[in-house]
Design a binder for this molecule. Structure first.
Ligand code: MEV
Length: 427
């Protein structure tokens, strides 16, 4: 892990070549030669590693890993690797983080790494009776769970709480047992699934019902990470911009059609940070969206207000079941290199960074929507893709892209015409 302290204010990173950028970041954080060598290699996952990660593997897909700069998280300067195929996501975080520095950056907190495993009990004639019977066996359940994972226990994790709920379903009442487990620095899916499977038969025995599903819940609402940022009105273009951002938030919070897009913006940052570290993006996504619907209506994941001084304040609280051990985090070389860039020691630290990125990303999207609109920036970044699609190569790509933006026609047909013109001129 890198331990160097540094400033994440890097100017001109976007104008450097890939090699120059990598060198800049490597020098900044003190990246190992091995990580540099790996990142230099365009094949991100080679041979056996990829083959072990999935089934029927025939290749790998390289997703760009970009560096988000300018971040101050809990008073510490940070650069954060983000894996995303979408242009403008990394630039958006850099801008949002830059504008937040005057307000002190982003502050975070967490609820602790508690995961929930569910055991479903069906065909029970007396659900209240069954619920109490299960609760009476708390100590036995704790012992069964803790026996499943002595390593987790050794590192301070293990069973913490028992919760039994009766839910109404189309096929009658079901008794749902929640095993609440501290999974420490692991995401914890394997640990809690093993525990649920071990406890299941005993629950059937005690109640006479039929135990069916035994699986974790991705609505990890005992494993929350929170981020809070203050953007000073003068740093964001004044009170009118602030009020525009507030109006955009209230729209999302009141309307699920807008909330889906607003939250997609949040997840642009969250998923990119989660993917870069080899964590389970789908687990985080399902948990985040379920949490956004916890009041019975799908709402904005973030909340925005103006403080007494007229500054813009944003908060974001999400389930954040990320780990540093298990899954691809330890075996995927790019994920390992990204964790090395982050220099995080605990899953808790990683969860805080991820949720901070989500808040920054949301700010950037709302700001652009409330001011110029997204198309200007998107199109100038997208213009390079369009140039490549039209057949531009090497230096032609920049030249064609610049013309597309200047002509306000970021379209393949226009790119083809510009390319033909350029080539004709060259002779
Ligand atoms: C695009 O990837 C994300 C946005 O649509 C988010 C939003 O509308 O808030 C810009």
């Amino acid at each position: 892990m890198t331990t160097k302290t540094y400033s994440s204010r890097i100017t001109g990173l976007h104008t450097m070549t890939v090699a120059e950028r990598l060198k800049t970041v490597a020098d900044l954080v003190g990246l190992s030669d091995a990580a540099v060598a790996h990142l230099t290699d365009t094949a991100t996952v080679v041979g056996e590693v990829a083959d072990r990660m999935s089934e029927n593997v025939i290749g790998t897909l390289g997703i760009p890993v970009g560096i988000a700069t300018n971040l101050i998280i809990d008073g510490k300067e940070r650069v954060v690797p983000l894996a995303t195929e979408e242009s403008s996501v990394v630039a958006a975080v850099c801008n949002a983080a830059k504008q937040c520095r005057g307000g002190g950056g982003i502050s975070t907190s967490t609820s602790g790494p508690l995961m929930i495993a569910q055991v479903q009990l069906i065909n029970v004639s007396d659900p209240e009776n069954a619920r109490f019977k299960i609760l009476e066996h708390r100590e036995e359940i704790k012992a069964i769970c803790d026996e499943c994972d002595p390593v987790l226990l050794k590192f301070g994790g293990g069973f913490r709480e028992l919760e039994v709920r009766i839910i109404d379903s189309a096929q009658g009442p079901m008794v749902i047992t929640h095993l609440i487990v501290n999974t420490g620095d692991a995401m914890g899916a394997n640990a809690v699934n093993t525990m649920a499977e071990a406890v299941g038969p005993r629950i059937a025995e005690w109640t006479g019902g039929q135990v069916f599903l035994r699986i974790l819940s991705n609505l990890a609402d005992r494993r929350l990470a929170r981020a809070r940022g203050v953007w000073r009105a003068e740093d964001i273009g004044g009170p009118a911009v602030r009020d525009g951002i507030l109006a955009a938030f209230h729209f999302a919070d009141a309307d699920p059609y807008r909330a889906a897009t607003h939250n997609k913006g949040v997840m642009n940052g969250i998923t990119a940070a989660v993917l870069a570290t080899g964590n389970d993006t789908r687990a985080i996504e399902s948990g985040a969206h379920a949490y956004a619907a916890r009041t019975g209506r799908y709402r904005s994941m973030s909340k925005w207000e103006a403080d007494a001084d007229g500054n813009l304040v944003g908060v974001l609280e999400l389930p954040m079941a990320v780990g540093l051990i298990g899954g691809a985090t330890k075996i995927h070389p790019t994920a390992r290199a990204c964790l090395e860039i982050l220099g995080v020691e605990t899953a808790d630290e990683l969860a805080r960074i991820v949720v901070a990125i989500g808040l920054a990303q949301n700010y950037a999207a709302l700001k652009v929507l409330a001011t110029t609109g997204v198309q200007k920036g998107h199109m100038s970044l997208h213009s390079k893709n369009i140039a490549i699609m039209a057949g531009a190569e090497g230096a032609e790509i920049e030249a064609v892209a610049a013309r597309l933006v200047a002509d306000s026609k970021v379209r393949v047909d226009h790119a083809e015409a510009v390319l033909a013109e350029l080539r004709a001129k060259k002779g």
